[in-house]
Design a protein around this ligand. Structure first.
Ligand SMILES: Cc1cc2nc3c(=O)[nH]c(=O)nc-3n(C[C@H](O)[C@H](O)[C@H](O)COP(=O)(O)OP(=O)(O)OC[C@H]3O[C@@H](n4cnc5c(N)ncnc54)[C@H](O)[C@@H]3O)c2cc1C
Length: 286
């Protein structure tokens, strides 16, 4: 392991001060489940590692009927999985966090570290996109908010600037009661997804009134499948419409060949799993 200084600031302001002071030679650590691996592999070699673990209220999960859910970036996967309000009002999130890695990782890894890592194989981003999540980024100068899908810029690259922290994840009250999360992992349940689909849906008299779709493991970033949404919106939901939605989704992904499957295989699985996810969401509405 490389040598580094380890700092534990006790407030957000102190953290920003340290980030400004150390610039690009510093790296934030939350649960450390990704960062430590990248440091061991010498992919990242920070001279200073700044922990967010002691920032007050950095891991809180709150809910109100008007604004919905507000998740602190320090909340661990397991905190979200086990949160009664998440289970009751955001079953898609409960289901997603239940499937992240295995309990050892879920007990350490945080939602902030998961999103800020910018890894396209990870699960929460797709479900949060399907639920219209917004995030806030902040530094010593102020803060800015954006829809989550704008945060994912490229392979392991996010909209975070140097000195900036992800400080909040907000999920409005769900507007589409039908939902599905499919994590397709033929190798092992604990593996990263070969293809991941998160979908939320609202229908009226058999017609799609609203739909929102996030996909993971099928492109250099987590994908908001906007064209597939447009393909289904306003249509009578039948087998042909769902097939068409899957076909369109397959044109807006850009998977890589890897040890989980070829790009062609993943694109075919997008078509199949999108249909399956929509059918599951419809069953939940019945
Ligand atoms: C064996 C294994 C299996 C896994 N399987 C899955 C899986 O099935 N599904 C899945 O979704 N994920 C999976 N993961 C990834 C895991 O979810 C992430 O490692 C974890 O969420 C990262 O959170 P962390 O708190 O440990 O982040 P850290 O490792 O501490 O940090 C990760 C990155 O985020 C940055 N960071 C952390 N917090 C902030 C913040 N608040 N603001 C700005 N930057 C920040 C760090 O600087 C670093 O660049 C797996 C990981 C491992 C090791």
């Amino acid at each position: 392991m490389i040598k580094f200084d380890y700092l534990e600031p006790e407030s957000l302001d102190e953290t920003f001060e340290l980030l400004d002071q150390h610039g690009d030679s510093a790296r934030v650590i939350a649960g450390g489940t990704s960062l430590i691996i990248w440091m061991r592999q010498r992919l990242l070699m920070p001279k200073v590692v700044i922990s967010v673990a002691r920032i007050p209220n950095f891991d809180t999960i709150t809910f109100n009927e008007h604004d919905g859910l507000c998740i602190g970036p320090g909340a661990r996967h397991r905190d979200i999985e086990l949160s009664p309000i998440v289970k009751q009002r955001y079953p898609l999130l409960h289901e997603t966090f239940r499937k992240v890695a295995q309990p050892r990782i879920r007990n350490m890894g945080t939602i902030g570290g998961n999103l800020a890592g910018g890894d396209p194989l990870t699960d929460p981003g797709a479900s949060l996109i399907a639920l219209d999540a917004e995030i806030t980024l902040a530094n010593s100068q102020g803060q800015r908010s954006m829809p989550l899908e704008e945060f994912f810029v490229d392979y392991y690259q996010t909209a975070l600037n140097s000195g900036e922290l992800l400080t909040e994840i907000r999920v409005p009250p769900p507007e589409r009661p039908g939902w599905s999360h499919i994590k397709f992992t033929p190798r092992s349940i604990e593996d990263f997804a070969t293809v991941g689909v998160a979908l939320t849906l609202r229908t009226k008299d058999g017609t799609c009134e609203d739909v929102r779709i996030g996909l993971n493991s099928v492109a250099p970033t987590i994908v908001h499948a906007k064209q597939a949404e447009r393909a289904l919106l306003g249509k009578a939901i039948n087998d042909a419409a769902l097939r068409n939605m899957g076909e369109v989704a397959a044109t807006e992904v850009d998977p890589m060949d890897d040890n989980r499957g070829s790009a062609d295989y993943k694109r075919e699985m997008v078509k199949v799993l999108m249909r399956r996810a929509a059918q599951e969401a419809l069953e939940r509405l019945a």
